[in-house]
Design a binder for this molecule. Structure first.
Ligand SMILES: C[S@@+](CC[C@H](N)C(=O)[O-])C[C@H]1O[C@@H](n2cnc3c(N)ncnc32)[C@H](O)[C@@H]1O
Length: 348
């Protein structure tokens, strides 16, 4: 489905001479209007990616299907998405493998879900928990629009992970857990319940205060290995003749990744020698620097952007329109595997 001539319902990315990107959905007889003129979709339909087409005023565009990285940055969103540089690291740090059973929360706009679904493949499974129905709806639309049909291994549960997972998940049957939420420490028991011994838990958090709160909670639980943290800074480069140098601007901060592995039950975590002494952080210390009151960890306090229900509903409607187009463009088959075989292609 991601190879072969361009078909109606598929999304394409148009690049102009200044490198500006626009993403449109192709339609029979469709037109793309800008202040620079009108581009007829028929010039692209039936062509292979990589063609250069001109609008009626002679302005040229290079035409390519969006890659996953491009797609997540242009798709409708409610909550902030995990950036591709972090999704790539999450897949690697969490060691997500084809066929793995993975749990994720929250699903937000579904950006990270897409990377996880590609990594687990059609024979793996991803169960995504999301407390906001409107966000879950955006994610469903975005994921279906990307794959052109529902992914066979994906299931979305609306509700809080810490409440729903203990009822739904079998004890120790999950290989990997990935959390992207404000207060992941609230899910510690649910993660410990679901993860297989040796299973990996990765959390993506935006602030150092969350990182610290989570690391101490993991240590104090005694059910995981020593937590490890890192962040990824991606610096893009300007390439122009002899002017080869880092770009002047970069995204300086997105978030931190914290990972730990589930121990077998009734084990005492190994104390690493390099820690000079046991964490002598007491409950009182923690309460002094990091609020224990769970209501304190609000979007407002962490200065993250809240999303209104109206904005989320608009994004969901947009995502579902895209999914409808993608379904119409996809070959009419059953399972994803079959679709890929018939197309003789799969870039997942
Ligand atoms: C930043 S967004 C996730 C973005 C998502 N990873 C993406 O790449 O599109 C955080 C989401 O977590 C959800 N959430 C927060 N706490 C949760 C919990 N305990 N269980 C389930 N969902 C939760 C929020 O409603 C929000 O949609």
């Amino acid at each position: 489905m991601r190879r072969g001539p361009l078909r109606p319902g598929q999304r394409v990315q148009l690049t102009d001479r200044r490198g500006r990107l626009s993403t449109i959905t192709l339609r029979d007889g469709g037109e793309w209007h800008t202040h620079k003129g009108v581009l007829r979709h028929d010039l692209m339909l039936g062509q292979h990616e990589g063609v250069v087409v001109a609008n009626e005023a002679g302005v040229e565009y290079q035409v390519l299907r969006p890659l996953l990285n491009d797609y997540v940055l242009s798709m409708p969103r409610g909550a902030t998405v995990v950036y591709p540089k972090d999704s790539a690291q999450i897949v690697q740090v969490a060691d997500v493998f084809p066929g793995a059973r993975v749990i994720e929360a929250g699903v937000g706009s579904g950006a990270l879900s897409l990377s996880l679904l590609r990594a687990v493949g059609d024979r793996g499974s991803l169960r995504s928990y999301e407390r906001r129905e409107d966000f879950a709806d955006i994610a469903r639309g975005n994921v279906e629009a990307f794959f052109g049909q529902p992914h066979p291994g994906w299931d979305v549960v609306v509700g809080d992970l810490q409440e729903r997972a203990p009822e739904i998940e079998e004890t120790g049957a999950t290989d990997r857990v990935v959390l992207d939420m404000l207060a992941p420490w609230e899910c510690l028991d649910a993660v410990a319940h679901a993860l297989v011994p040796g299973g990996v838990w990765v959390s993506y958090v935006a602030t150092v205060t969350q990182l610290s709160r989570l690391a101490e909670a993991i240590r104090a639980s005694g059910r995981f290995t020593e937590p490890e943290a890192h962040e990824t800074m991606l610096r893009t480069w300007h390439l122009d003749g002899l002017a080869v140098r880092p770009d002047h601007r970069m995204v300086a901060h997105t978030g931190f990744l914290l990972s730990a592995r589930r121990l077998a039950d009734d084990q005492t975590p190994l104390q690493l020698r390099r820690r000079e002494k046991q964490s002598d952080v007491t409950e009182e210390d923690m309460a002094a620097w990091l609020p224990r009151d769970e209501d304190a960890w609000s979007e407002e306090a962490l200065k993250t952007r809240g999303v209104t229900g109206r904005k989320a509903r608009k994004a969901a409607a947009h995502a579902h329109r895209m999914a409808e187009d993608a379904r119409a463009a996809a070959p009419v088959t059953g399972a994803q595997d079959q679709a890929d075989e018939e197309e003789g292609s799969d870039d997942r």
